[in-house]
Design a protein. Structure first.
Length: 95
């Protein structure tokens, strides 16, 4: 099995990688769930006409490109996990 530290239940201990549970309990899965929440928030803003449909489309595309490694690197820099995620998404969208 190709081991990635973010596929484990704990990013500090790769021994606890369980192939069937990786999509739900790994650090990569946690990042994907957080991305879904952020994308849903933009979707609600769009439905309430607070942002344009093109913004939702761009954020959706950006979320597909975000990696856990990028989020962890940004979190190490700023010390906040959700803000790090948002910063990584923001870096992938236009101004």
């Amino acid at each position: 099995m190709d081991r990635n530290v973010y596929d484990a239940f704990s990013p500090l201990d790769y021994r606890y990688i369980h192939k069937e549970l990786m999509p739900y309990l790994s650090e990569n899965a946690c990042t994907q769930y957080k991305l879904k929440v952020e994308l849903t928030l933009v979707g609600v803003l769009c439905r309430r006409n607070l942002c344009d449909e093109s913004v939702l489309k761009e954020v959706r595309h950006a979320c597909e490109e975000v990696t856990t490694e990028e989020v962890y690197a940004e979190e190490k820099r700023i010390g906040h996990d959700i803000r790090a995620l948002v910063n990584v998404i923001r870096a992938k969208v236009s101004d």
